[in-house]
Design a protein around this ligand. Sequence first.
Ligand SMILES: Cc1cc2nc3c(=O)[nH]c(=O)nc-3n(C[C@H](O)[C@H](O)[C@H](O)COP(=O)(O)OP(=O)(O)OC[C@H]3O[C@@H](n4cnc5c(N)ncnc54)[C@H](O)[C@@H]3O)c2cc1C
Length: 375
Amino acid sequence: MGSFSAWALRQAGHTGPITVIEKDPTYQWSSTALSAASIRTQFGTPTNIAMSLYAAQMFRDIKQAFGDDADIGFREKGYLILGGPDDVDARVAAAAMQRSHGAEIEVLGPDDLRSRFPGVSVEGVGVGTFGARHEGWFDAWSLLSTVRRAARQREVDYVEASVNAFETRDARITGVVLSNDAKLPCDFCVLAAGAWSGRLAAGLGIALPVVPKKRTVFSFKTPFKLANFPMLFDPSGIWVRPEGEGYIGGIQPLPEHDVDADGDFEPHHALLEESFWPLLATRIPAMEELRVHRAWAGHYEVNTLDHNGVVGAHDELTNLIFATGFSGHGVMHAPAVGRGVAELITTGGYRAIDMRPLGWERIRTATPLFETIVY
Ligand SMILES: Cc1cc2nc3c(=O)[nH]c(=O)nc-3n(C[C@H](O)[C@H](O)[C@H](O)COP(=O)(O)OP(=O)(O)OC[C@H]3O[C@@H](n4cnc5c(N)ncnc54)[C@H](O)[C@@H]3O)c2cc1C
């Protein structure tokens, strides 16, 4: 979010100094580096669909945006989201809404699913929605490296430090105080600290409802092969997709175990045998035979109000711009958010995509923008 905002500001013609302050330039605990790096257009909110379409276009044309060296391994292989028999009407309506906003979503019944995705059981399945275009996965590390390199080439400064505090005067942020005691003055301050954003905003007395929640990813091999295997979401809560020669997948912990992560990056290994593996083997019986060779955990930056991003200016500190809270869909939306932030700063409003529904106003008034399709 931070790097895309900086790069997009240059693209928008901003010539003044831009600094990205990053406490850990290895990014080893950043959500971006630890994510499943997938992109979908199957959302319940038109703004989210528009942001995904924007990113899919950029990912396809990555060399056009960033030069011939750029390669993020975009695999446009679709999301297959399965639903039970009771979900059919809602899913058919959601797909129609998504199509009306430019997504290319097919609705598949059990027979279509059986023939298109042999090996995937349709037991208890009433419907599947599938987006063969604009959906799939990519390499998030390459995306981050690509935009960061492009930003640096355009004289964006990267400073290794932690933002510890803010200086304010007359309802504006006038500067940030860094861990090395340096003070950096600013005209605008973009808060893009991912899962740490809520805590950072608290230092300004702002109640930004963004908290870190741990999500574990299992990387495994199995003899099961299917050339067109998509990113699959099962009604049981598991997700799985191909990665290299094998697969990655996961499941959210039960709500009562889903405490704020607070620096905890230890994978939740028990989820494998308690839920992920049995549920996976139920949906894809041939995956009962699997060998996990790695597991890792990262933090979702969960907006507890409505699981949607917070983008735009604060109502009182008007030069504080939020770009955070995407709750598990922020890598795919970073290109659009970066552009939106740049438009706000350079023109005072949105041009490409109207992101006002994601604005601070709904946080201030506790009016959720409900996203019906949350993972
Ligand atoms: C397991 C998992 C799977 C996911 N799968 C997907 C997916 O398939 N698709 C998708 O789009 N999204 C996915 N996400 C969500 C996605 O990773 C995030 O929404 C996105 O990476 C957020 O980007 P960000 O720039 O806001 O945060 P980050 O990438 O976390 O970057 C924030 C940066 O701020 C720095 N920082 C924090 N505090 C300070 C401070 N005080 N001073 C200086 N620097 C600071 C941090 O070091 C960090 O590098 C997933 C997340 C996880 C954990």
